[in-house]
Design a protein around this ligand. Structure first.
Ligand code: GLN
Length: 504
């Protein structure tokens, strides 16, 4: 299968036609998406028109851009003009936005060709894509298992070879965790690095858009295209976008890499100075922590200075997030009341219409979050819950700052476990624990990414998480590229063995 980089180069130089590339990918989707269900909508005709105009530009001697002719999928919570944007919810099942999200505009301007919108947990709330109102997405590595979530459709689409690139959103781990479970690369950029304009809001102080790709170079390329200041998002950072590709070849000699002791059990036999031993946070699989230590060894081998570092606040991250995120969601989702957007169930009066609409439009997980958030914000409880959670957020930032005084990047597992079976994590607490390692960087707003590194239980992919300080994407990518070079090769996805790769 070609990389996005190779496709764009071929299309720009006229070696391959965007139309031909597109048909190859549409063919794979046609053949295999009935097994995977990565897509809510496939926009084949629109894509054909876009590919034709790319080819026309090339033949007229114009350059369509750094992603010329690269098929791309957007998570179905990103606004696409005239194309359904459902958030995998009954509430928005028939809603098509009147405008494109800034990331959609940026991708299109760079020559990428949208092939469709991908499945997610309803309104991005979940870690398995089982909470989609339209049925779950299956993991291309094992069809009996989840792809992770909430951006499970985007992750599965890339892992299955349906697209070389996809975008997801990450509020508490929704890019990194599915990337890990599907054996691909996923980046959550610094909060504010990528515009949220046109991303349907879940928890606005955490939400961030980022790329999925089969390798680090493609992910870096996509990140560069979508990064940058956007006056349409008041939290967008007005800082120039670096040349991320240049960071990939830099090498890790002398870089200081800290392994987060709470998320890895303190290093092998506690030998990595400090952090202790046997304090692995509840629910993190030992063989996953082991892969992180192997990744650290590989970086040391490549010349990095590796140590163990304690970031105490990571142990409170989950609790704080599951108060703040629902609180913000309860406010953001108040707009779905039947008045202006999406579903409306008529009633005797406005209040009844609101009630009936919300009862029919939202699934159970979304309702649970709205109730939790409303409770956490209610008078009398605000200080005890929401206020306290915000203090944990401050603590997290402080602990990370302290760690980054000694280290350039940090390492941890991405997900505490490999891809699990459908229904296996049906109680909320077990499901929420999926986010243990990813949430801290949403609380701090710092960038983090997942890179495949070996396998765990049942030979399923394991992701190692690289964390960096705010706007530290370049160093993070340098380390990611080094890890990728050192990583043992992954087995092929189950469905690809059945012919999804089309022999390419
Ligand atoms: N799993 C987390 C949640 O359910 C994170 C979701 C996300 O990042 N969108 O809230």
């Amino acid at each position: 299968m070609s990389t996005a980089k190779a496709i764009a180069q071929d299309v720009r130089t006229g070696t391959r036609r965007a139309a031909a590339v597109l048909e190859e990918y549409l063919g794979r989707i046609e053949l295999h998406d009935s097994d995977i269900h990565a897509f809510n909508t496939v926009t084949a005709e629109q894509a054909r028109a876009a590919a034709a105009s790319i080819d026309a530009a090339v033949s007229q001697g114009r350059d369509p851009g750094p992603l010329a002719g690269v098929p791309i999928a957007f998570k179905d919570n990103m606004c696409t003009r005239g194309v359904p944007t459902t958030c995998s919810s009954r509430m928005l099942e028939t809603w098509s936005p009147p405008y494109d999200a800034t990331v959609v505009q940026a991708m299109t301007a760079a020559g990428a060709v949208m092939v469709g919108k991908t499945n997610l947990d309803e309104f991005a709330m979940g870690s398995s894509t089982e909470h989609s109102a339209f049925g779950p997405t299956r993991n291309p590595y094992d069809l009996t298992r989840v792809p992770g979530g909430s951006s499970g459709g985007s992750a599965a689409a890339v892992a299955a070879g349906f697209v070389p690139l996809a975008l997801g959103s990450d509020t508490g781990g929704s890019i990194r965790q599915p990337a890990a479970l599907c054996g691909i690369v996923g980046i959550k950029p610094t909060y504010g690095r990528v515009s949220r304009y046109g991303l349907v809001a879940f928890a606005s102080s955490f939400d961030q858009i980022g790329p999925f790709a089969a390798d680090v170079a493609d992910a870096a390329l996509a990140l560069e295209v979508i990064s940058g200041h956007d006056p349409g998002d008041s939290t967008s950072i007005p800082t120039a976008v670096p040349d991320y590709d240049a960071a990939l070849g830099k090498g890790v000699e002398g870089l200081r890499v800290g392994v987060i002791s709470e998320l890895t059990g303190g290093g092998r036999n506690g030998s990595r100075n400090g952090g202790g031993n046997g304090n692995l946070l509840e629910g993190i699989d030992a063989d996953i922590a082991e892969r992180v230590l192997e990744a650290a060894d590989a970086l040391a081998e490549a010349g990095a200075v590796v140590g163990s570092v304690s970031v105490p606040a990571v142990t409170y991250g989950l609790t704080a997030y599951y108060l703040i995120a629902p609180a913000e969601a309860s406010s953001n989702l108040a707009r779905y009341d039947g008045t202006r957007y999406g579903l409306r169930i008529d009633g005797a009066d406005v209040e009844e219409m609101n009630r009936l609409t919300r009862r029919a439009g939202f699934g159970d997980e979304v309702k649970a979050r709205i109730m939790l958030g409303t409770f956490a914000l209610s008078a009398g409880y605000y200080d005890a819950y929401y206020g306290k959670a915000q203090r944990v957020r401050m603590l997290t930032r402080r602990d990370f700052d302290a760690a980054y005084a000694d280290y350039d990047v940090l390492l941890s597992p991405t997900s505490p476990c490999v891809a699990f079976r459908f229904g296996e994590r049906s109680d909320p607490m077990t499901m929420y624990r999926c986010d243990t390692c990813t949430i801290p960087s949403n609380l701090s707003g710092d960038p983090a990414m997942s890179v495949p590194f070996g396998t765990g239980t049942d030979d399923l992919p394991v992701g190692v998480q690289i964390l960096a300080p705010a706007l530290g994407e370049e160093t993070m990518l340098t380390v990611a590229a080094a890890l990728e070079r050192a990583a043992p090769p992954l087995p092929a996805p189950q469905m690809a063995a059945g012919g999804a790769s089309g022999g390419a």
